[in-house]
Design a protein around this ligand. Structure first.
Ligand code: ZN
Length: 121
């Protein structure tokens, strides 16, 4: 069965219940990485530099995922400041911890900051 069909099946089955069932959660988020796999995944990340034409540049990880649980999915939180300020956090869908933020800047993933500390860059 392909992924879409499975999702559809679970959606229909649980359409009337309020709580997201564990099976659905597992299907959406996948398996949780164990600690050593998570550490290996973090170690395999490269920090890349993105830039704009005007010379402004910032760091982006080669892969984006939650540094605390390894989950690939994140949601963007509400704007925490009024226009024209840009200030928001992004949260992991599984553990709900902040995985990145933008504070009047491009979105900065916390993986970059963690790696920078670890590797002493
Ligand atoms: Zn997480």
């Amino acid at each position: 069965m392909n992924k879409y069909k499975r999702l559809d099946k679970y959606y229909r089955r649980h359409n009337n219940s309020n709580k997201l069932p564990r099976k659905t959660k597992k299907l959406l988020l996948g398996r949780k990485l164990n600690k050593s796999k998570l550490r290996k995944r973090i170690a395999s990340i490269k920090i890349l530099t993105a830039s704009l034409e005007n010379g402004y540049s910032w760091s982006v990880p080669s892969e984006c995922f939650c540094p605390y649980c390894g989950c690939d999915s994140a949601r963007t939180g509400p704007m925490l400041a009024g226009y024209p300020e840009v200030y928001y956090y992004s949260y992991c869908l599984r553990c709900n911890r902040a995985v990145g933020c933008a504070d009047n800047s491009q979105f900065i993933h916390f993986l970059c900051e963690i790696l920078r500390e670890e590797r002493g860059l």
